[in-house]
Write a protein that binds this ligand. Sequence first.
Ligand code: CDP
Ligand code: MG
Length: 707
Amino acid sequence: MPSMAPGGRINSQTNNKKRKAYSDGDNRSELLARKHKFEQQRKSLPIASVEKKLVDEIRSNSTLIIVGETGSGKTTQLPQFLLSAGFCNAGKVIGITQPRRVAAVTVAKRVAEECGVELGSTVGYSIRFDDMTSNSTSLKYMTDGLLLREALLDPYLSRYSVIIVDEAHERTVHTDVLLGLLKRIQKERGKLINEHNNGMRTMTNETSVGTLKKYQRLSPLKLIIMSASLDARVFSDYFGGARALYVQGRQFPVDIFYTLHPETDYVDAALITIFQIHLEEESGDILVFLTGQEEIESVERLVKERLQQLAEDKRKLKVLPIYSSLPSEKQMQVFMPALDGYRKVVLATNIAETSVTIPGIKYVIDPGVVKQRQYTASTGIESLVVVPISKAQALQRSGRAGREGPGKCFRLYPEREFQKLDDSTKPEIKRSNLSNVILQLKALGVDDILGFDFIEKPKSEAVSKSLALLSLLGALTDENKLSDPIGHQMARLPLEPIYSKALILASQFNCLEEMLIAVAMLSVESIFYTPREKKEEARAAAKCFSSPEGDHLALLNVFRAAVEVLQKNFGNNREKAEKNLRKWCKDNFINNRSLKHALDVHRQIVGHVEQMGLSITSCGEDMIQFRRCLAAAFFLQAALKQPDGTYRSLSSGLVVQIHPSSGLFKGKPECLIYNELLKTNNNYIRNVTRIDYLWLPELAPQYYALK
Ligand code: CDP
Ligand code: MG
C-alpha cells in the first residue's frame, strides 16, 4: 500500500461559488432553468469580469497572447465574447484550434449548449474523420492538424476573421507549424489588402482587376495565442513582441502527498489510492492520470471488480474514462455529476491536465508518468514511451484538485523524485518524426524546410532523416519537391505518410479493400482485450480470428466478422444492430469502443480514396498478394529472426521481440514486417505479419537492392 507523506501546498486565493453541473432535461421550463444556470455559471467564471477589456485589446492588436489558469474560461468564453462583439459578421468564422480531439469536441458541445444552439449550427467542431459544421457555423472548434489541412485548400484561410491557437503551451508539432503558417498568412493577407486598397486608386489593367476581385473580401487576420503556462515570452518574442495579457484564475489550496518510496507498479498504487480515498475521505470526485486507453480500460475493469468485493453500501463509485479515441457520446459523461450519493472517479490521459476541465474534482492521483512520442533521428525509430512528466505538468495536475474548493493531490512518487523532474516538457517537434509535417509543408509550397520560420527549429538531422524517408516512399523528386502523383496523393490523405503510401500501393496490388481495413484497424488502440480473470477464454476467442500468416490478417477477419454482425440486423434498426455488435464484441473479447472507432475511420478513408479516384478492389482469397503489398509498404519495418529467437530490424539494427499478444508469438517466422514498436524493458513489436525475405529486394529495390 503506498504510504503517503504530506508535502508542499500550492497557493490559495479567493472564494468561489460551487459550480452546478447541468442535467439532461428537455421540456421547456427545464430548458429555461438550464439556460439560467448556464448564464450564472458563465458569469461566475474569472474571465467574465474582463470581457470588455479583452474585446478592446483584440480590436486594437493584430496578435495577442492570452495566458490564463486552466478552468478560467478561456476556451469556452472568449470565442463567445468575440461572436457577440461582431467578429463573425458577413459570414466570417472564428477558428479555435486544440491539440486534442477530445477537447475540440467536448468544448464545442458545451459552448453550443451555453449558446442554446444545436451543435453544428452556429457552433461546431471539425476533427479528422468527424466534421460537425455547416455553412452557418461561426465558432469552429478544431484540431490544429485539421486547420493545417484546410490551408492546403484555402491558402489564405480566407473565411476566418480570427484564429485562436489554444493550448499553445502544449507545443505539439502541429501547433508549432501552425504558428509559423499563421504568421505568414497574416502578413500576406495584410499585403494583399494593401495592394487592393492601393489598386482601387490606381487600377489599370485587366489582370489586376481579377486578382483584386478575388481578394476583395479578404479581411485582416487576428491571431490569438492562448496558453496555460505562465511563460508567454516565447510566443510574444516570436510574434515580434506581441502584447500578452494575463487572466487571473482561482485556485484553492491543494495538499500534496508523496509516497515514501518509489512505487514498482504505479497502476496498482493508483488502484489502492482510489479505494483509500473512496473509503476514507469526505465526498468529492477523483481524477486519476493514466497513460493511455489500454491502461485506462484495465484500471476501469479492476476498479469495478474490486467494488464488487465491498459491502453494498460502499459501492457507490462511478468509473468514467476519458481519452482521445473514446466515442464522443461517451466523452460528455465525465462532465455530468454522478448520481446522488455516488462519487465519480475519472480515469484520464493527460488531456485532463489543461485541455479539459472536469467539474467536481477534489482529489487528484498523479502517478507522474505520461506516454510520449520519442524519435531517434540516427536510427529513424519513432516509438511511444512512458516517461516521467515535467514539473510544470505535475503542477497542472495537482492544480486540478483545487478548482472548486480545497483539495488533495496524491503523487505516487517520493518528493525527491519530483525535485529531479525537468522544469517543462520538450516541444514535440524536437522529438518526433517529421515526415508528415514536411509532406504538408511541401504541399503548402514551403520547400525549404529548415528555412521555414519555426518558433523553434527542428534538428537538421531529424529533417534530413525525414526527407530521406519521404524519398524512399517515393513522395519526393530528386530535387526534394513533391512527386506527381504519389507525393501529392500522399499529402491529401489524412494519414501518416507510410499508411498513405500503403493505400496507394494497395490499389496497384489489387488489395485496396484489404489495406483500407488494415489501416483503419491499425489506427486504433488494442482491438482485443484480455481481462486478467478470463485469460484463457480471451485467448481462445482470439484464436478464432487469428491467422498463422499474421496479425494483419487477423484484423481483417475481425473487421469482416463485425461488419457481418452489423449487417445481419441492420434493417432500419440501427440501435438493435449496435446492441447486437456490443454483445458480439463482449462474447469475443473484442474492444467495442476501438472497433467502432475503426469502423468510423474506415468509412472516412474509403471516402478519401474514392475521391482520389483509386479503385477499391479485393485480392479475394489470395492473401499472398496482400502480404506482398504489406511488405512493399512497410519494408522499413522488416525484421529477421536471429538464432536465439529474437529479431533484428533490418533498417535500424534494433533487436526486437514479438509481443506475446501477437498471433505469431509462438510461430516465429523467419522474416516479418511489423507496425508498432513498443519500448518497455524489451523492445516489443506488435501487429506482425510473416513475409518472404526475398520479397524485400524485389518490392523495395530502392532500399534493399543496395544492401
Ligand atoms: O480554457 P480554460 O481552461 O480557461 O477554461 P474552459 O475550458 O473554458 O472551462 C470553463 C468552465 O467550463 C470550467 O469550469 C469547466 O469545468 C466548464 N466546462 C464544463 O462544465 N463542461 C465542458 N464540456 C467544458 C467546460
Ligand atoms: Mg482551455
